[in-house]
Design a protein around this ligand. Structure first.
Ligand code: EPZ
Length: 418
């Protein structure tokens, strides 16, 4: 089994370059289905989620060309199928974006239901509500979600809860609906704005992304063009947390500092010194850290996708910190692995109480999911001795060259392939 081996402890020092945003590209690639022409997409992260989506696109008849390491040219004009089979859909959760994109393009879509995941229940009722509101009929049968619309017609869509996926899917389908769709109570994450900007750069008419209300004027046709994906807020946050947890000093480059504010504010509260530049942030965590409490919330609140990494920072801080998980039912499984490394964490429902100031000891651990995997890497850097992380495919889904990046910051870390 492939694994990551870390000999700690270490203090990270140096510079790291952040890749394009995973949660933007996993929506932008399916969105290319709506475009007649070649989409040249720049700043694409080299992660396995991207490979999986490209495989789906190719299997459906699209042409995908990697122009260089970070640039993809995608031409979906040859696609005739409106179906994403289970063998492909099961490999990544965001396959649901093909529903909105294919429904918009063909008036029909069949996508295998994404499997369960380690974060608890992940319903898609709000995605379905949005499609139905636009005139589609939606059925769940034989493990597939099947959508069909004679014609998509604009309407008002009020989401019952703030959902990243439902917001993007509603935008995708509404882009090809006749008339003006008004989507209310939408998510405001940077990647929502990025997907809207991508679609607009190809000829869509979407306004309000980044606010609570998005207005989509349907258009007949989107043409090809060039678009650069925004930097990954969570990858950047992960390196900031890693610097803080190891008492290090790291310049995190190629980022949008505004997107980092929810994370920067919390680290500063804990005693980390942060200096913002135009497109980078210097994190200096050489001073002792103070305890803090976080509650995860939709953007601009503290992101749930930074919760496990932040827990490692709390392990270094003096005193007792608390985490209140406000998005997912079950996002504390990773704490069991940290406890095996000597951490003192008590979980009760959606609240974790983290005792700081304990020295972690290296141990064999597993990456229960993507962000949990990132937390294991940080914990391995903090711990005395050898940490071996298994099930690292989760980490590869969303972190580009994580071993090389941490090694360049001074970590004794290596990838072992079996
Ligand atoms: C996105 O998932 C991200 N994934 C997740 O990141 C992230 O944790 C999450 O947003 C929250 O920020 C991608 O962008 C690919 P939601 P998504 O719909 O869209 C409930 C990572 O580590 N809900 O915003 O699936 C849901 O159960 C991943 O990169 C419904 O009840 O999340 C949850 O409690 C993990 N019905 C809340 O809303 C629905 O129809 C937010 O989910 C949809 C969601």
């Amino acid at each position: 089994m492939d694994r990551i081996i870390i000999n700690g402890p270490c203090r990270l020092e140096g510079e790291v370059e952040i890749a394009g945003a995973k949660n933007a590209i996993v929506a932008i690639l399916p969105a290319a289905m709506l475009v007649d022409g070649i989409c040249r997409i720049e700043n694409v992260p080299q992660i396995s989620d991207v490979e999986n989506i490209c495989n789906i696109l190719i299997a459906m008849g699209a042409k995908v060309n990697r122009a260089d390491g970070k640039t993809l040219e995608v031409d979906c004009s040859g696609v005739r199928s409106s179906e994403v089979p289970y063998e492909y859909a099961r490999k990544f959760r965001a396959s649901y974006y093909f529903l909105g994109a294919l429904l918009g393009r063909f008036g029909k879509a069949t996508v295998a239901l994404p499997g369960g995941c380690h974060l608890g229940a992940r319903p898609i009722d709000q995605h379905i509500k949005a499609f139905e509101q636009l005139g589609a009929s939606v059925e769940i049968a034989h493990g597939n979600v099947e959508c069909y619309a004679e014609k998509l017609v604009a309407d008002g869509i009020y989401l019952d809860m703030v959902s990243v996926g439902a917001t993007i899917n509603a935008m995708l389908a509404a882009t090809k609906a006749e008339g003006l769709t008004v989507i209310e109570n939408v998510a405001k994450e940077p990647h929502i704005v990025d997907v809207a900007n991508f679609l607009n750069s190809m000829g869509a008419n979407i306004r309000g992304a980044g606010t609570d209300v998005i207005k989509v004027q349907g258009v007949g046709r989107l043409q090809g063009g060039t678009y650069a994906v925004i930097p990954d807020q969570i990858e950047a946050g992960t390196y900031m947390a890693a610097a803080a947890a190891t008492g290090g000093r790291v310049l995190v480059k190629n980022i949008i500092p505004k997107h980092m504010e929810c994370i920067t504010a919390k680290l500063e509260e804990m005693g980390v010194s942060i200096i913002e530049y135009d497109d980078s942030i210097l994190v200096d965590a050489t001073a002792p850290l103070k305890k803090a409490n976080i509650k995860t919330m939709p953007y601009p609140g503290f992101p749930t996708d930074m919760q496990p990494q932040m827990c490692t920072v709390m392990l270094r801080a003096e005193g007792t910190s608390k985490i209140n998980e406000g998005i997912w039912d079950s996002r504390f499984k990773y704490t069991e692995e940290l406890i095996r490394m000597g951490a003192e964490i008590a979980v009760a429902g959606k609240i974790a109480t983290v005792e700081g100031g304990r020295q972690l000891l290296g141990a064999p651990v597993r990456a229960c999911d993507l962000r949990a995997g990132a937390a294991m890497v940080i914990a391995g850097l903090m711990a005395k001795g050898t940490t071996t992380i298994e099930e690292i495919d989760h980490i590869r889904r969303g972190y580009e060259r994580i071993v090389e990046k941490f090694a360049s910051l001074g970590a004794d870390i290596r990838l072992v392939l079996d």
